[in-house]
Design a protein around this ligand. Structure first.
Ligand code: SF4
Length: 451
């Protein structure tokens, strides 16, 4: 946390203006009329305040009465939004305050809380997420079925939760170890041995695996050994997939490490720096231009299948303008396919919502039209079972729930398929090993990783 009203004396009113301008700029040009409408003030008030913000270097006034945030303004507005997110998440997730009260309180307190207090609250939130994730760090998990990769054994080559981003939609919660320095986590031989055991187990059941997939509790390329691990795993003659946020692809050694993978997915949530900062909340040393250029350069030399994925978040990156800009970059990357995803599980920030179906349809059409690339939208609603199981059904469900929250209807389907009943889960729920969540009106189960 950098500053607040106390520290810098920007007024709460000024902070609200910056927040609204940031919000509106994700949809295109920002004009006084829109600001006045959202804040419920007159155009004269907007004129007075925008002049003040301009004099203080937060915004610039552009042609036809529009305004834009300066770099200083983007930083300040992102900071205010961040304070709001921390408070809102703390109230709802840690304290259990209802959503609407939490939103109102966060909106009020964000202007008056000191930097020292918000820093402490953020630390508590991260501890809360860390405790939730701790203990569940299986290096190998699955196989898990997915639409894109069929049956894949997941490789968790990063301890939870170490990442170069702290995406607002991350289903793992906030990033507690933000870094861009690559390091040694696990030895390639250790991962190899675990996969060998898993494959042998599956062979006894005549089960086939389509992919070995690096989908860890963080950013997989932070693992300095990933290149060596991929080379070693090639001995299994199973295709290798890596799902990366691509934030380190500007580094030659990261490009080199990924060259032998068969299928790589890179994230492109926005190509506008302010929106990228808002959604992905990157490490402060990352520069967006380096990342997008790194992806484009990599796409020219990578021989495997490259796909992009864009998480569509309501009112953040789902405007036509934002999508068109993403599509222009996708046209340069020329991936095999461009995937559009939506947050389907409880996200890091409770205020995050998925883009509407109408906006998703438009996004598909825009990306396809501008880039000429095949686009597929995965909403998670089509998720099906197909997990491989042992004889212990409850343990199987617990194992899946420790990797990611699992929706109630999927649990029901699994139980039905195996002639079982939800009663078998009661001891796990009673002992708090399996926790029930609600998200977008649907129930989810997640393993309590403190148990
Ligand atoms: S890049 Fe992935 S792991 Fe990292 S914060 Fe974003 S969604 Fe979570």
């Amino acid at each position: 946390m950098r500053s607040n009203s106390f520290d810098k004396r920007i007024t709460p009113g000024g902070e609200n203006y910056l927040k609204v301008i940031l919000e509106l700029s994700s949809k295109g040009k920002v004009c006084s009329r829109d600001i006045a409408e959202i804040l419920g003030v007159t155009k004269a008030s907007v004129s007075g305040m925008t002049q003040k913000l301009k004099d203080e270097g937060y915004i610039s006034k552009e042609k036809y009465g529009t305004v834009a945030l300066t770099t200083k303004g983007i930083e300040e507005a992102t900071e205010i939004q961040e304070r709001y997110n921390i408070l809102n998440s703390f109230f709802t997730r840690v304290l259990g305050v209802d959503k609407s009260t939490a939103a109102k309180d966060a909106c009020f307190i964000e202007h008056i809380i000191s930097s020292a207090s918000i820093k402490k609250i953020d630390e508590q939130l991260k501890k809360f997420d860390y405790i939730k994730n701790q203990g569940g760090n299986m290096i190998i998990y699955g196989p898990i079925p997915s639409r894109r990769l069929g049956q894949s054994i997941g490789i968790n080559n990063i301890p939870p939760k170490t990442c170069s981003y702290s995406c607002v939609y991350c289903q793992l919660g906030r990033t507690n170890k933000m870094q861009i320095k690559r390091q040694d986590f696990y030895q390639p031989e250790e991962i190899y041995k675990e996969i060998e055991v898993k494959i042998k187990q599956l062979e006894t059941k005549n089960k086939k695996v389509d992919y070995l997939s690096f989908v860890p509790d963080g950013e997989p390329t932070l693992d300095i050994n990933i290149g060596r691990t991929i080379k070693l795993l090639k001995n299994f003659n199973i295709k290798i997939a890596v799902i990366t946020n691509a934030s380190l692809l500007w580094m030659d050694e990261v490009k080199e490490d990924l060259m032998e993978a068969d299928w790589i997915s890179v994230s492109i949530d926005s190509v506008e720096e302010n929106i990228w900062r808002k959604i992905d909340r990157p490490h402060k040393k990352l520069k967006y231009d380096d990342i997008i250029n790194g992806i484009i350069e990599f796409s020219k030399i990578f021989k495997g299948t490259l796909v992009t994925e864009t998480m569509m978040v309501k009112a953040m990156n789902d405007s036509d303008v934002c999508i068109e800009k993403i599509a222009e970059k996708i046209a340069l990357i020329k991936p095999e396919k461009s995937y559009i995803l939506v947050p389907t599980r409880p996200p890091a920030e409770t205020c995050i919502e998925r883009a509407s179906l109408e906006n998703l349809k438009r996004a598909v059409a825009i990306i396809r039209g501008v880039s000429g690339i095949d686009v597929e939208c995965i909403t998670g609603d089509e998720e099906d079972d197909g997990f491989f199981f042992t004889e212990n059904i409850a343990e199987d469900i617990l194992s899946i729930a420790s990797v990611h929250p699992i929706r109630e209807d999927i649990v029901d389907k699994i139980l039905k398929k195996r002639d079982s009943h939800k009663n078998i889960l009661l001891p796990l729920i009673d002992s708090n090993a399996l926790v029930e969540y609600e998200y977008e009106g649907k129930k989810f189960y997640r393993r309590n990783l403190q148990k």
